[in-house]
Design a protein around this ligand. Structure first.
Ligand code: CA
Length: 245
């Protein structure tokens, strides 16, 4: 088991492509350009990996064994609304392109594609998806808690509160994924910037959650907002972006 210090976060890309030559070529190029990369050769394996929540972007081939790329895209979207997806389509398949984008892919690249073009698309999509979380200004919890993400301050039922930058990033991430519980590993990767595939033995996440509960919860021992989902992680409940009356 390793323990690591936080390092600069590499965006993490999952490649789902059954043709080994293309897949391997993509892995090499993307690793060379500074991305962390994992690969899957079937729709089923790709979907299972995408659902772990550890990726920033999926490069998804259309024609795949077991489950095709459109179905994988659709299933990812049912669970995760902001995992970036770029479809790899066959040349001149206009209908495919439209279908893919309608199912919630962020972009598509037609085969055969140039590496330069693909890299530009990846950068653009990542910029777009990452900007959404950064722009989030206010988060409200229930009727009484207000969190100002820009100036790291807020208000609970009783008093004004201050947050650290890390606490705000943690709240933003949980809010952006509030439709599901988020695991400690995912938080360590996405909020703390730890590399993936390293088994971490750390109580950092739990300690931050406990601190936030004392700031936000009327009864920290019986949390209403920052809820523990046994075996799955943490989930932010009753959060919204506009003030309720
Ligand atoms: Ca294929």
């Amino acid at each position: 088991m390793h323990k690591v210090n936080g390092t600069a976060v590499k965006s993490k890309i999952l490649i789902v492509e059954d043709e080994a030559a293309i897949r391997t070529g993509l892995v090499d190029v993307l690793v060379y350009h500074g991305y962390a990369v994992e690969e899957a050769a079937t729709g089923t394996a790709g979907l299972a990996m995408a659902r772990t929540g550890q990726f920033d972007l999926v490069l998804l081939d259309v024609m795949l064994p077991e489950i095709n790329g459109f179905e994988v895209c659709d299933k990812i979207r049912q669970q995760d609304s902001d995992l970036a997806i770029i479809m790899l389509t066959a040349k001149n398949m206009d209908e495919d392109i439209i279908q893919g984008l309608a199912l919630g892919a962020d972009d598509y690249v037609s085969k055969p594609f140039s590496i330069a073009q693909l890299l530009l698309r990846i950068q653009a999509v990542l910029r777009r998806t990452q900007a959404v979380e950064d722009q989030l200004e206010f988060i409200y919890l229930g009727k009484s808690v207000e969190i100002n993400c820009l100036n790291l301050s807020g208000q609970n039922e009783a008093e004004s509160i201050n947050f650290t930058r890390r606490e705000i990033n943690l709240l933003r991430y949980l809010h952006s994924h509030s439709e599901r519980p988020v695991s400690r590993d995912e938080l360590l990767h996405k909020v703390w910037g730890y590399a993936n595939n390293i088994e971490l033995e750390t109580r950092t996440v739990d300690i931050h959650i406990a601190k936030l509960r004392r700031k936000l919860e009327p009864e920290p021992a019986k949390p209403r907002f920052l809820v523990t989902i046994r075996g799955a992680g943490y989930r932010l409940m009753h959060s919204h972006q506009t003030k309720s009356q």
